[in-house]
Design a protein around this ligand. Sequence first.
Ligand SMILES: [Zn+2]
Length: 399
Amino acid sequence: MSSPAGLDSADVRIHNLGLLMRRLVDGPSSRSELAAAVGLSRGTVTALVDVLSDAGLVRESSVVASGTGRPRTMLTLAADGFAFAAVQLDADQAIFLAHDLAGEELVRVAEHHGRPMGDPDAVIDVAAHVIGAGLDELDSLCRAPVGLTVVVLAPVGGEPRIVLADTDLGWGQVDVLGMLRAREPRLPADALLSSDEPAALAEAQLLPGERFVLYLKSNSGIGGAYLADGAFIQGAHALAGAVGHLPVDHDGLPCACGQRGCLVNVAGPDVVLAAAGMADVRDRDGLTAALAAFVERVRAGEPTATAAFASASVWIARTIAILRMTLDPSVIVLGGYWADLSQQIAEATTPRLRLGVDGALAPTPPIVAGRLGADAALLGALHQARDAAIADPLRLAAR
Ligand SMILES: [Zn+2]
C-alpha cells in the first residue's frame, strides 16, 4: 500500500505525502495515529510531516493527553491560502461555492438569471458576475482558488469541452468557458467544464460497497453518469451518460440536439410541469421552486400532478430498463427532484427489471434516492478538485 510497485522513490514519496493529507482531511491526527493508519514507520511519518509542515500544508494544532500518560501532539491541515471553487449554472441561477481543504464552506454567492431562453450571453453575463463576486470574496479572505469547475446541467463534449445542447435554456452548442473567460479574465486557466459526473461521484461516495453505480437525475433537464469500478464511462466523445438525449420516442418531435423524441422532450421537467398544469408556477417562481411544489402535489395525491408523473414514469421506466441491460449496474441512484419521487419511479420500474423466473437470472438492482439534494454537483466538484490536489501535495504548495 505504502510502496506501490512500479513507482520510483520520488513517486513513492509523493504517494505517501498524499496518503497523509488524505487521512488528515478526515480530521486531526497524531503522528502515531497517522503511522498506524497508512502503514508507515513512525520515523518515516515524522520526516514526511516535516515536509508537509515546511510546505505550509500541515500544522500542529493541540496537545492532548493519551491513555498511556504520554501527551500526543495533534496535526491538522493548514493550507490557509487555498480554496476549492465550483460554479453551478442551472435553469434558474448561477451559484459559486468555495470550500477550504477540510471541506468547510468559505464563500457562497448565487444570482438568478431569469431563464432568458436562447440567449447564452445573458446567462453567461450573470455567471461571470457571480464568479467575479466569489473570487473577490476569496481575495478578501487571502485565498487563491485551486482550479475551478463549472457545472452545467446539460451534456458536454468535444475538446475543449463545450455544452452540446441545453434544452432548459434553449441552447445549441455553447463554449461556456470561453465566454466566461472573455468576461472574467481571472477564471483559472485550468478551469473545467463538467456535467453530471461530480454529482454522481458525490452520491457514489455515500455507497462505499457499490462498484457499479448508475446515477440518473432530473432538475434542469435529465442527465446521468455511470461509475464502473471507480471510473466514469465517457465514450469516444464524452457523450456517454447524456441520458436526457436518449431517443426513446422513435417518431417523436425533433430535439435541439439533432435527434428525435429525446427523453427530455417526453419526460423532462418542463413537459411534466406543463402536463400538471403548472407552467405558470414555473414562469413565476422558477423551475426549482415549481418542481418542489410539483413533488408536494404528487406526494399529496393531487390527481393532475399524479397523472402527469405517471405518464412521465412510463418513459423513465423504459429508459432505466434499457440502461440496466446496457450497463448492468449494481445500484441505480436518482438525483434532482427524482430523488424525492424515487418510490414512485421504483414502483413503475422495478417490475420491468426482473430477469429469469422470479428474478432468478440476476438480482434486480435497487433504485434508491440520492441523499445530497441540490448541492450534489457542487459538492462533488469540490471533492474531485480536493482529491486531485492532495494526491500531489507539493505541487499544491508550489502554487
Ligand atoms: Zn436530444
